[in-house]
Design a protein around this ligand. Structure first.
Ligand code: FAD
Length: 603
């Protein structure tokens, strides 16, 4: 081999090594949780940058679906208003959803669906939510949760049997977990499945508030199985099985035309082949479905915000008071700016989480919870503020504001309340950091005894963490953002380290009893929500082509506004970890629980 070819082959080997390293790095990223990393002081740059893009082919497909959604829904505003009052969607309308293929959005093409990615699916729900939340719920409860268990855990035989009918909408799906005594505490359900001598099961119990309950034919039902100390298992139950009873439709505050009913089971015989996933793994299955489905709900919230921005800005420009358009007033501008920043931020975070799911990340539960909490709360703020801008008109049923506000109220309640998700976000992050702390402690002991062995014992994360806590060799995200946003990037670098330090302090101070410190957990969750959402915003703006256009300049401004406001919120939350009135507040609440009334009436 000559010198030149040797050189080429060496370069090729180096390139191959580099490629192997990069793909090993990419594979390693799939096991990481970028949000949990934040609790350890680490911004895993490769998980946030570059901002995810979908392929041109996917864009084309998605564009066609979005167009058909627009065409089908855009002239139905008056219908949505009437169906809200009537409390149901007519069958012809649901047939229209079937005809458009909207029940097959995430079902693979080989089973008759459209086979959209999580990103594409979330974007479709965003589009339908621009028109009406109940419509999104009929489609979303079917795909996000109703039949998601079948997609994630079903056997080939189960998929072949049900997916084609679910894709066409011949069967509509519902997710049956909640019971009268079991809401947030999902593990406490009492519906029971008893194993029969023929290998099948007999199901007894009642589920409440089931979305699509009245129109579904396919129920994913969670029940306590009598083996293995009564663990939960998941089952596929068909509506026409004897003993399945559907209750009356619930009369609700919002999303009124979406079907919500009880679904009860009286000695329902379930064949052995309808067990979904492994026996005893039902709780895991229930949570995996919710985690994977959250981007549907969050995407819907983003769509709702876009409608609020469009309605409220038009109203503000047209409405005149004190001799000028109310759009001229600072307080109205403030509301529109906040809604816009919130919408851009929620959209960025939801896209990031969908990308993790599409790319095969194995642990995205905390990120999905963050996007759900942020997007659902931002949507409610937007609904409230757009109604406030429309004021008296906003209060009247003739206009859509009051319906949007009623509809958006549910978002922080179902698929995990904001309270439960904040606790989950903080505890998952802290548990992860706590394990690393233990690992760090034993490894650092070893480092002093035997430096080489000691470092060898450190996991990848813990090793990097040492460099972080000593501020050496940190991945710097400021290099990845446009010059003008460097100071904003520094905010997220600084507060990521602050969060890690605070996590250390809290874990050392409270140990396992951190689980009971809900005020502190809420603050930690709020800090990590600001960090994750803010980094998603920075990444998105970094991916934009810099130019003089107003759109680009305003996007820079959004990133700046978000990061500076997040900085103030994070600072407040972290300071309040150490100095607060938590005990006084708890004692006040206990006093009121005791009285069950307000005791300072004046005459
Ligand atoms: C319109 C609608 C549709 C629904 N659709 C479905 C569906 O399709 N399938 C399904 O299975 N379920 C469905 N649900 C149920 C929904 O998921 C539950 O309402 C939700 O999980 C909350 O449970 P809960 O209402 O019993 O509240 P609870 O669990 O009783 O909570 C009450 C309050 O206490 C808070 N809380 C509870 N535990 C804690 C804690 N440990 N620490 C601090 N705060 C706490 C909660 O955040 C909440 O503010 C639906 C509900 C509604 C209203």
């Amino acid at each position: 081999m000559g010198v030149a070819t040797e050189g080429i082959s060496m370069t090729a080997n180096l390139a191959e090594d580099k490629q192997n390293e990069t793909s090993a790095e990419a594979e390693r990223d799939l096991d990481l949780s970028p949000a949990k990393g934040l609790f350890c002081g680490e911004i895993i740059q490769s998980c946030f940058w570059p901002f995810p893009e979908i392929t041109n082919e996917q864009k084309e497909m998605l564009g066609m679906v979005l167009d058909s959604v627009d065409r089908f829904l855009e002239d139905k505003q008056e219908n949505f208003r009437q169906w809200d009052e009537a409390g149901e969607q007519p069958e012809e309308f649901i047939q229209g959803l079937r005809d458009l293929g909207l029940f097959g959005l995430i079902i693979p093409e080989e089973h008759g669906g459209i086979g959209l990615s999580n990103t594409g699916y979330s974007r479709v729900l965003q589009q339908s939510s621009r028109y009406d939340s109940s419509v999104s719920l009929t489609i979303g409860a079917h795909s996000s949760i109703g039949m998601k268990g079948l997609l994630l855990f079903g056997t080939d035989a189960q998929k072949e049997r049900y997916l084609p009918r679910l894709a066409s909408g011949e069967m509509i799906a519902a997710y049956c977990l909640t019971e009268s005594g079991s809401g947030s505490d999902a593990a406490s359900i009492r519906t029971r499945a008893t194993r029969n001598s023929n290998g099948g099961w007999t199901l007894n119990g009642e589920k409440i508030w089931i979305t699509n309950g009245g129109i579904a034919d396919f129920y994913t039902v969670f029940a306590r199985t009598d083996s293995d100390a009564g663990k939960l298992s998941a089952f596929i139950v068909e509506r026409d099985s004897p003993g399945v009873n559907i209750g009356l439709k619930e009369d609700k505050l919002g999303i009124r035309s979406s079907s919500t009913t009880t679904v009860s089971f009286a000695d329902v015989e379930i064949p052995a082949e309808n067990l979904l996933g492994e026996e005893g793994k039902g709780f895991k299955i229930a949570m995996a479905i919710l985690n994977s489905g959250r981007t549907g709900l969050s995407g819907g919230a983003v769509g709702g915000m876009k409608t609020c921005i469009a309605l409220a800005s038009k109203q503000a420009v047209e409405r005149k008071q004190f001799g000028s358009s109310i759009a001229e007033f600072g307080l109205i501008k403030k509301k529109i700016a906040e809604m816009t920043v919130d919408c851009f931020a929620a959209e960025s975070a939801v896209r990031m989480v969908s990308h993790y799911i599409d790319s095969g990340y194995t642990d995205y539960s905390v990120e999905a919870a963050i996007s759900k909490v942020f997007a659902s709360e931002a949507m409610f703020r937007a609904a409230n503020e757009s109604l406030q801008i429309a004021a008296g008109n906003g209060f009247m049923k003739e206009f859509p504001y009051e319906r949007i506000m009623r509809d958006s109220r549910i978002l922080t309640i179902f698929e995990g309340t904001s309270e439960i998700l904040r606790l989950f976000i903080a505890l998952s992050g802290m548990k992860y950091a706590g394990v690393l702390l233990q690992e760090l402690k034993s490894a650092t002991d070893d480092i002093f005894n035997n430096p080489i062995k000691g470092f060898g014992l450190l996991s990848d994360y813990a090793g990097r963490r040492i460099t972080h806590l000593t501020s050496l060799g940190q991945d710097r995200i400021i290099a990845a953002v446009p010059e003008i946003l460097r100071d904003d990037a520094l905010v997220f670098e600084k507060y990521t380290l602050e969060l890690a330090r605070m996590t250390d302090v809290l874990l050392r101070r409270h140990g396992k009893s951190i689980i009971e410190k809900q005020f502190a957990l809420q603050r930690a969750a709020d800090v990590v929500i600001d960090l994750f959402v803010g980094l998603s915003v920075l990444s998105r703006v970094s991916a934009m082509t810099p130019d003089d256009s107003e759109q680009y300049q305003q996007a820079l401004s959004i990133a700046h506004i978000f990061s500076q406001r997040a900085k103030r919120r994070m600072n407040r939350n972290l300071r309040a970890m150490l100095r607060n009135e938590d005990e006084a507040a708890k004692s006040l609440a206990e006093y009121i629980f005791d009285k069950q009334s307000y005791p300072w009436d004046v005459l």
